[in-house]
Design a protein around this ligand. Structure first.
Ligand SMILES: *[C@@H]1O[C@H](CO)[C@@H](O)[C@H](O)[C@H]1NC(C)=O
Length: 192
């Protein structure tokens, strides 16, 4: 009888020792973050690209692409508080009739009480060439009457994954009659 009990105890200890490392392995498996190699995501060489195109803000006409969805607060005289939702065409040359390369989708909002400075949040969705379907995300401050406005590029998707860099916006033309603005964008991004 005594020998049976000790045999049982020994096998229990053996089982405990045997399963202990497995328990540790399982615990590691359930961790939700781990370091991986760039190769695992097929990320090769980091590239630097310069995009140049023209952004058209069309607020009037039969097919406006920029629509005020929140009106400015009457309390402020400079338009503070308005929000425009945009799906603006982006073309290769300054003419709206030139080749469409992307759409700029997002919104801009008047975020300064002192001057006309916009908070811009938009995705450039490419519709042409190698980058068709890929996107660049821009988020920044746009004091529209300054000659050059610099805004950060905070990310990208598709071929532009890990995109980061900056955009420089320069007003090319502004039609007071139609309210249509054409802005040249030069965007410098590193990506894979
Ligand atoms: C861009 O991609 C879309 C969706 O895959 C496709 O329908 C369209 O023809 C492509 N455009 C060009 C110019 O390759």
């Amino acid at each position: 009888m005594a020998s049976t009990i000790s045999a049982f105890n020994i096998s229990t200890i053996a089982i405990l020792i045997f399963f202990m490392p497995i328990h540790v392995t399982c615990k590691q498996k359930h961790e939700f973050v781990k370091e991986i190699n760039k190769e695992a995501l097929e990320l090769r060489e980091e590239k630097l690209s310069h995009f140049r195109f023209f952004w058209h803000d069309i607020g009037t006409g039969i097919h406006p692409t920029s629509v005020t969805v929140v009106k400015p607060l009457p309390k402020f005289r400079n338009g503070f508080g308005f929000v425009n939702m945009i799906d603006n065409p982006v073309t290769i040359e300054s003419e709206l009739s030139s080749k469409l390369v992307a759409r700029a989708q997002g919104f801009y909002a008047s975020a300064s009480q002192a001057e006309l400075a916009l908070l811009m949040i938009m995705n450039f969705v490419f519709v042409e060439g190698k980058y068709n379907g890929s996107t660049i995300t821009l988020l920044g401050r746009n004091p529209v009457f300054h000659k050059v406005r610099e805004m950060p590029v905070i990310g990208g998707s598709g071929l532009l994954r890990f995109a980061r860099g900056y955009a420089q916006a320069r007003t090319h033309s502004f039609n007071l009659k139609t309210g249509e603005a054409t802005v040249e964008y030069n965007i410098y991004v590193t990506h894979y």
